[in-house]
Each structure stands twice: as C-alpha cells, then as structure tokens.
Design a binder for this molecule. Structure first.
Ligand code: ATP
Ligand code: MG
Length: 584
C-alpha cells in the first residue's frame, strides 16, 4: 500500500508466540473450560461454535450468516483454508449461510487473476457460498453516503496534513496523539472538502477523511483512523468511477452489516481493531449489528502463510508460480496432490482457539496420507532404473494383481519380460549391515512375481554397475522358496512394456522450521526442494488422467500432474513419501 494507514496494527503488538510448538487439539474442551458448562448444547464445542449455539438457542439470531472475506491481492494459502473451513463449516453445521466477499478496497494490489483463483479454490475445497460472489467495491456508493452521514454527525473530518504529519501526530503506545489542526472544521467545510476529494480536487495523498474519535485513546486504532484516501487508480470492478477508496477497517464492518453477517470471524491481530469495528457500526447505526470474534491464525512449521511473502517467491522466480507444487497455496497444494478432504480434516484437528501456536507440518502430511491411502490405486514405478536381465524367463508373461488391498478398486495387468528395471538403490555390491535387498549371488523377491538370484554384475569401463544378470526361481510365483528365506521384496517394471515417465520429487520449501528465522526468509529457501527423475512406471499407470492419485509401492503417493501430464509423456508429482513422521 502506498498510503500510510493509521489503522494498520504493527505486528509486534499482537501476542504471537512462535515458541509453543505442537499447540494442537485446542478444539473443544479446553476452550470450553471456565465458560458456561451448564449449557448442554455448547459442551464440547470450540469457543466460537459455543457462542453461535448460544445465540441460536436464546433466539438472538434465527439464522447465522458468516463470510469469508479475502482481499484479492494474491492466491489463497493454507492459513486461508483454516478460515474457509471455519466460516463455511460453521454455516453448514447450523443451517446458516456463508458469503464469499472480495474485500477489494485496495485496487493497487488487486487483480482479476486472483479473484478467479479464489473462487476456484473455495469450490475445490468443497464449499458453496451463498448467492453471488460479493465485492466490497459494490458497496462503494453506500459507503460514501455513510461517510457523508458521519461528517454531518460531526464524526468525521477531512484532514489536510501530510501523511507524514498524520503518522507523527498519531503518537505511539506510550504517548497520546496530537489533534490535527483540521479537526475542528465545520460540517460544511468538511462536506466541501470531502466533495473536493471525490472530484479530483486534491493530489494523491493531499487529503484524507478521518473518523473523529479520540487522539488520546490508549488504543491507537481509535486515534482518528483514516476512513478514505485518494488513490486515483482504476479499479478492476468499478473502473474509473472512484478516485477515493475506503480503508479496509471502515469498509469491512459496514460490508458485514450490509450483508447481514451475524458473526464476523477474523484472526487475532484484529482484536485491537474491534473497538473501531463497533464504533463504525454504532455511529452509522446499521440495521444489522454483526459481532466480530477473533481466533488465532494458523501457523505451520516449514510453511509461510503470508500472501506478500509468497508473492515474493513468485516474483523472484524462486518457485515456478503460485501453483508450484511446493507452495502452501491452495493452487500449489492441489497441484502437489493434496486432497480437499485431507485439508479439511487437518483444519478440524487443529481446531479453533485464541492461543497462537505452531502446528507440526507432520500433522498436515498425516491427514493428506490418510485421505489418499484407501482410495489411491497402487502401482510399481522404478525411479532410478537399473537394467536386469532375467536369463531363464521362458517367455514374456502377464501377471494380474489387485490395484489395492480393497479389491473393489479392481485389477491391473503387469507384464513381466526378460528385461526389467529395478531401482539402483535396491542393489548393493558391498551391502551395508542389515541390507535385505539384492546383492551379488543373493536373492530377492520381485514384488508380485518371482524370487530372483543375482548371477552376474556388469559394469562399464568406469566401474559403474550398468546391468545385472539374474535368474528366476520358477517355483516361487505366489509361493515361498523351499528350504530358505528370502526377506527382501523390491518393485520392478518391464523394460520393454514399462512406460518412461518424468517424476518430480518435492521436499520442504524451507530449511528452517520457522522460515522467518533470521533477517530474510529468502535465505531459508531450500534450494534442493525439487528433483526431477526419469523413471519407468508399469503400463497400468500410463492411462492416468490428470489429477489421478496413486501409491507407487515403496516410493510414496503420486499424482498425474494437472498441467504437464499426458498419456504420451506421463508426468507424476510426488505428493508425499510413505513415511509418517506425525507422532500425535
Ligand atoms: P495475508 O497476510 O496472507 O495477506 P490476510 O489475513 O491479509 O493474509 P486476507 O485476504 O485479508 O488475507 O484474509 C482473508 C481471511 O483469511 C481473513 O478473515 C483472515 O483473517 C483469514 N486468514 C488469513 N491468514 C490466516 C491464517 N494464517 N490463519 C487463519 N486465518 C487466516
Ligand atoms: Mg489482509
């Protein structure tokens, strides 16, 4: 924002703790303690749901209306998912309504691309908004009329101090502010000046409309906050209709009131803005009186949840775009292969509270794996191929196997031919202790097929292993070998029938649990967070549609890339590996 906003709260004043790790399972009981335990219908609910249950049971509201109000200045991220699940979730649970409103009061940073993706992302997460998508900008006329009303009531004035003077005169947390010399202009003067602001009579920054509240208030947000500023830029919705634009803190409560929002849920940094929210509602005297309730932001380790910082990663080409599969944006997570079910489950488990904490990213990964495990068909892929020749395989054959332990997912055909690939990591000439896979003269089972023995190791001139000659034990298809134990099982793919595929492996985007550690989060970027491999996958996987998810046995969960995958040139993103680090 190019204009100072006296209503912007310095972040340092909020009680965000980055020390309390694993502050989970806050949902429900904890919040309820100390509250009215006698009311049966609220027991076990988080504090927001308890308030809502109470408001419905006392008849304060017959129907609740919430809203999700993103500013279209970037793509939605994991933090927004929490807010979406909360607002839409609460409305759904209570037969209420939830609006989608674009809080588009700052056209400088906003863009239609962001609007389109916000709508797409909310739908993808599984939620439907009430009626049409709403825009704060469609209330500009009403907001202007109310500003005139405030001037007439003596509750607002045009200030001609410079932005710098306004900032200096605001005081700080220890010092009261100083009244503007323009504070006591008459209503007529203010009306004329505001009209002049609206009609282009001032340069950008030469005049603002301020609320007339109290420059000595202990709450700096009550020290005559700015209501309107001149931007003189085109707006993506209202074109050139306006050159004055309302501040977020003015537009937001009134937008809520216009829409008949009953409960306006926002994050904790707005707690200090609440007195102003209530002041505006009271002074304008809107018919609806929405109530603001704050909850803690979602913070997840190894993850950035700030549109501004995510935008920097995009603008500086650290990632390939807002939908880069490493990004914690909804678009990125979708492309990565995360599921809406897993994300909703995650938000449910994290719960709602007023305690800031940092959630273990392992919980998110756990929820995603859980949502995929039972529905993703399995298949074999060899990510780092090493050729194996089966010298005694009589002829090519086709094996049939279930796609999943849940046989309802059907069967697949797996061709076995005399040349196959196994993963380089599954063979060791000099095995480390405890190595259970293939070694010279050792045996291993090919998953779903025979036990093989390694008879010969072939190397290139440089001494690299380039091929293994192996023999099958023909008695071991679906049976254990007689008189000896073969412990290892490895995946494989037919060399002639297997399909070459590009596999993209993603790691965490940041090397630090707290990406903001140090002076500059950009220095904590994990430069090795993406690896591309040329792999072979079993033929059944090549038929994948974009967005289909699989478990590649022993390798992890994968998705056929939304954009780049084709049957002719398969591309799979690794969603997650199979290891679960979440300890509950
Ligand atoms: P950012 O700092 O990333 O721009 P924001 O809060 O400014 O986030 P908005 O578009 O204004 O982004 O947010 C829309 C809604 O999402 C708001 O109600 C906001 O409180 C909520 N929200 C944003 N980030 C989080 C988060 N990390 N956890 C929970 N809710 C969030
Ligand atoms: Mg914001």
């Amino acid at each position: 924002m190019s204009i100072m906003n006296p209503t912007d709260l310095p972040k340092s004043t909020t009680a965000t703790s980055h020390n309390s790790v694993h502050n989970l399972a806050e949902n429900g009981q904890q919040e309820q303690q100390g509250k009215d335990q006698a009311k049966d219908q609220t027991v076990g609910l988080d504090f927001i749901r308890a308030i809502i249950a109470d408001d419905l049971s006392t008849g304060k509201h017959n129907q609740i209306v919430t809203r999700f109000p993103p500013e279209p200045n970037g793509y939605l991220h994991l933090g927004h998912v929490k807010s979406i699940c909360l607002n839409f979730g609460i409305a759904n649970e209570n037969n209420g309504l939830c609006n989608l409103r674009l809080d588009d009061t700052n056209p400088i940073a906003e863009d239609q691309e962001y609007i389109d993706n916000i709508e797409k992302d909310v739908k993808w997460l599984g939620f439907n908004w009430n009626g049409e998508v709403r825009h704060a900008s469609s209330y500009f006329g009403q907001l202007y009329d109310w500003a005139v009303q405030l001037i007439k009531q003596g509750d607002a004035y045009v200030d001609l101090q410079t932005i710098e003077q306004i900032r200096l005169n605001r005081g700080d947390f220890t010092q009261a502010g100083t009244n503007s010399p323009y504070r006591d202009q008459t209503v007529e003067e203010n009306l004329a000046l505001f009209d002049k602001m609206k009609n282009g009579g001032f340069e950008v920054g030469a005049a603002v409309l301020r609320a007339k509240i109290d420059m000595a208030s202990p709450n700096v947000h009550m020290r005559d906050p700015v209501l309107y500023r001149i931007l003189n830029v085109e707006h993506h919705q209202t074109g050139n209709d306006w050159i004055i634009y309302p501040m977020y803190d003015y537009a937001h409560p009134l937008g809520d009131a216009i829409e008949g929002i009953t409960h306006s849920l926002c994050t904790l940094e707005f707690e200090d803005h609440r007195p102003f929210y209530e002041w505006v509602i009271d002074k304008v005297n809107t018919p609806a009186k929405p109530r603001q309730i704050e909850f803690s932001r979602l913070n997840v380790d190894y993850t950035l949840t700030s549109k501004r910082k995510l935008k920097k990663l995009v603008d500086d080409s650290v990632v390939a775009g807002w939908d880069d599969p490493r990004m914690p944006t909804v678009a990125g997570m979708r492309r990565r292969g995360f599921t809406p079910e897993g994300l909703r489950d995650f938000c449910h488990r994290v719960g709602v509270s007023k305690n800031d904490g940092i959630v273990d990213v392992g919980l998110l990964e756990f929820c995603i794996r859980q949502s995929i495990e039972n529905v993703a068909p399995r298949g074999m892929a060899v990510l780092r191929p090493l050729k194996v020749t089966l010298s005694n395989l009589p002829e090519a054959m086709t094996l049939k196997h279930a796609r999943h332990p849940n046989v309802d997912l059907g069967e697949r055909e797996i061709p076995l031919t005399s040349e196959i690939y196994i993963d380089r990591a599954d063979f060791e000439e000099v095995p480390p202790k405890g190595f259970k896979r293939l070694i010279p003269d050792g045996e291993v089972r090919l998953r779903h097929a025979y036990v093989i023995r390694c008879d010969e190791v072939i190397k290139d001139a440089a001494g690299n292993v380039i091929e293994l000659k192996c023999s099958i034990d023909p008695e071991t298809l679906g049976k254990n070998p007689e008189g000896r134990k073969v412990k290892g099982v490895i995946q494989w793919v037919s060399a002639s029938a297997g399909i070459p595929a590009e596999i993209r492996i993603y790691d965490r985007l940041f090397t630090h649990a707290n990406p903001e550690d140090g002076d500059d989060f950009m220095q904590n970027v994990n430069v090795a967070s993406q690896t591309t491999l040329q792999a072979f996958v079993e033929p059944s996987l090549a038929q994948a549609n974009n967005g289909d998810r699989f478990q590649f046995e022993r390798e992890g969960y994968f998705i056929a890339d939304e954009k780049d995958h084709t049957t002719a040139k398969p591309v799979f993103n690794r969603i997650l590996d199979l290891k679960d680090s979440w300890k509950g």
